[in-house]
Write a protein of this length. Structure first.
Length: 255
């Protein structure tokens, strides 16, 4: 790790889970972190905790389903910090529903948050990223991008598209010195899963049983790999997707 890392990281979905764990890790490196999410109270608590640990954090509430949110978020981040060097697209909409039960509004919400927002956050941040000495975009995908499970037609579709976007952006932006990478988490014990079903504990037990390594991941285990990819020593890594999934995509144990 460099002695100092004074870059600015904009992290979406930063009020809890993988986004919060990532913000804590990057702030501990010396980065200024801009925390984006829909719930001001969680962002405020996260920013205060990071400050108490000696870091610098800004809470920036925004709903990324809003078409104008990406440009506004980047503009406000630049107004507060003067730069954006690292962009972590972690926010996600996640609903478990059979194809017969999905509504157009559900579909549009997934597309807006999981795909449109990352695309236009990158677009809005491009001038700042081009000015950075070590620009990195990290997209948070999911094992659902390469697995085919009931109830995940739309979520899986958006994550597969996000991985495709990662590689396309990596190719297009490499001449500008901007690296674009992705992590592909398996099932992690976060509230994303808890909010998706009526019985979160049963859901978490069921998906843990499908992981070859025998347990759910933690938010920090995924954040560790995001930190690795952001590190300037990873300067020759772009256009790749790192699976952090306990072997989930290999199939259920013993099957």
């Amino acid at each position: 790790m460099p002695e100092t890392d004074d870059r600015v990281a904009l992290i979406t979905g930063a009020g809890s889970g993988i986004g919060l764990a990532t913000a804590q890790r990057l702030a501990a490196r010396g980065q200024t972190v801009v925390l984006v999410g829909r719930r001001p109270e969680l962002l405020g608590e996260a920013a205060a905790a990071i400050a108490a640990a000696g870091g610098t954090a800004h809470a920036l509430p925004a709903d990324l389903a809003d078409r104008d949110a990406p440009a506004r978020v980047v503009a406000e981040a630049l107004e507060r910090t003067g730069r954006v060097d690292v962009l972590v697209n972690n926010a996600a909409s996640y609903k478990l529903r059979d194809v017969a039960d999905f509504t157009p509004d559900d579909f549009d919400d997934h597309m807006a948050v999981n795909l449109r927002a990352p695309y236009f956050l990158v677009q809005a941040a491009l001038p700042a990223l081009r000015s950075s000495p070590a620009a990195v975009v990290v997209n948070a995908s999911s094992a659902a991008a390469v697995m085919y499970r009931r109830g995940q037609t739309v979520y899986g579709l958006t994550k597969a598209a996000l991985e495709h976007l990662t590689m396309n952006l990596a190719a297009e932006l490499a001449p500008d010195g901007i690296r674009v990478v992705a992590v592909r988490p398996g099932p992690v014990a976060t509230e994303l899963h808890a909010r998706a079903v009526a019985d979160p504990e049963a859901r978490l037990r069921a998906i843990a049983a499908m992981v070859p390594l025998g347990r759910l991941g933690t938010a920090d285990e995924v954040a560790l790999w995001i930190e690795h990819l952001v590190d300037e020593r990873a300067a020759w890594v772009t256009g790749t997707v790192i699976a952090v999934d306990g072997g989930r995509v290999l199939g259920a144990p013993g099957v």
